[in-house]
Design a protein. Structure first.
Length: 364
């Protein structure tokens, strides 16, 4: 019995020590797991990706608006080697949207189509409601992100860059201008080649929706019987010579005013003066560039000259009074000379070339 009483306290002490060691070991293991850099980095990446997905869902076209604070949060503060997502960045400047040469507004729409198409195609393939990959489309406006422009080394627009995981900001891969010029399809090809991620076909919205198409078809069916009746009776605008004459004048004015040039190149009617933003420029002094208002002015001068030529050849010859003919002829000559003079003066002002006559050698 004495021996047994001596063993009891030692066993209890041993049990207490084992229990204490187990508790200490448990806390050490938990602490090591919570401070493991790989696990912490994965957790942070999941949080960042989750936040980006939420912002992407709130955007109409899936493009996330970034500013300097967002760049610091998602890019700068993240270790370059630990960033677990890819960003396709569109650099924008609202104050340069009026510059027709940059076409920033058009490119931004194409960039939005690229983003929405990628999200739609990814959801269709994976069968999920959110983008399963870690590729995000963002845009940066210069007014709100001047520091970010400097960090990325952006000095000219337009520019679209791809920032891959493990790549520093200034090493972001810029898109070639040829790819940007090919609109959303060219942008998609560049993104696929750099990220090795399939974007899929570009989903462009139809020119008219189903409701508009239904209204057009209903209106066409309602008007067709009346139009056929008027056509058979010869009582339509197509049977009126005045309509054809007005249409011919419109085609003439549209041709000489450079209307097709304005549509193809997207030229504005006027633009703000770069040296004085409060002043509007209607005539641009440069060869090969013509604003819309400038073309309309030149087209009007040509129209005046053409109408006078038609008046002289078709109506003036019908006047019997010789004096009246001479007076009108003199007026037409003076007005025509002034119109041609203004066109030549504008050409000289834009190009620097001067018009001069060539006299025969025997007259010199």
């Amino acid at each position: 019995m004495a021996r047994s009483s001596e063993v009891g306290p030692s066993s209890l002490l041993l049990t207490r020590r084992l229990l204490y060691a187990s508790v200490v070991f448990f806390f050490i293991v938990v602490s090591s797991l919570s401070t493991d850099p790989v696990l912490c980095n994965n957790s942070k990446n999941r949080d960042k990706v989750s936040e980006l997905l939420k912002r992407q869902a709130r955007s109409p076209d899936g493009v996330i608006r970034f500013d300097d604070a967002s760049v610091r949060e998602f890019v700068v503060e993240e270790n370059t080697n630990r960033r677990g997502f890819t960003l396709v960045i569109f650099f924008d400047a609202a104050q340069l949207r009026d510059n027709s040469e940059l076409k920033l507004e058009h490119l931004r729409r194409e960039f939005g189509l690229l983003s929405s198409s990628y999200i739609h195609n990814s959801n269709a393939e994976e069968g999920t409601s959110t983008s399963p990959s870690k590729l995000f489309f963002v845009d940066l406006d210069f007014k709100q992100s001047q520091q970010s422009f400097a960090l990325f080394g952006v000095s000219s627009l337009p520019r679209i860059s791809v920032l891959l995981p493990g790549v520093a900001l200034k090493d972001a891969d810029p898109m070639d201008q040829s790819d940007i010029g090919r609109a959303a399809e060219g942008m998609a090809a560049f993104v696929e080649s750099r990220t090795k991620t399939k974007v899929g076909p570009i989903k462009r919205p139809p020119p008219i929706n189903k409701k508009q198409l239904f209204l057009l078809v209903a209106g066409f069916l309602a008007v067709t019987p009346f139009a056929i009746k008027q056509l058979l009776a010869g009582n339509t605008p197509a049977h009126n010579p005045k309509v054809w004459a007005a249409f011919a004048l419109f085609v003439y004015f549209y041709s000489v005013s450079g209307g097709m040039h304005n549509i193809i190149r997207g030229m504005p009617l006027f633009m703000a003066d770069r040296n004085n933003p409060g002043k509007l420029v209607f005539f641009y002094q440069a060869s090969g560039t013509q604003l819309g208002a400038e073309g309309f002015v030149v087209g009007s001068l040509y129209m005046v000259l053409g109408l006078m030529m038609g008046f002289v050849t078709h109506f003036l010859v019908m006047i019997k009074n010789t004096t009246t003919q001479r007076v009108f002829m003199l007026i037409c000559m003076v007005v025509g000379f002034l119109a041609v003079q203004r066109v030549i003066y504008l050409d000289n002002w834009k190009t620097g070339y001067r018009v001069h006559g060539y006299w025969p050698n025997r007259w010199r």
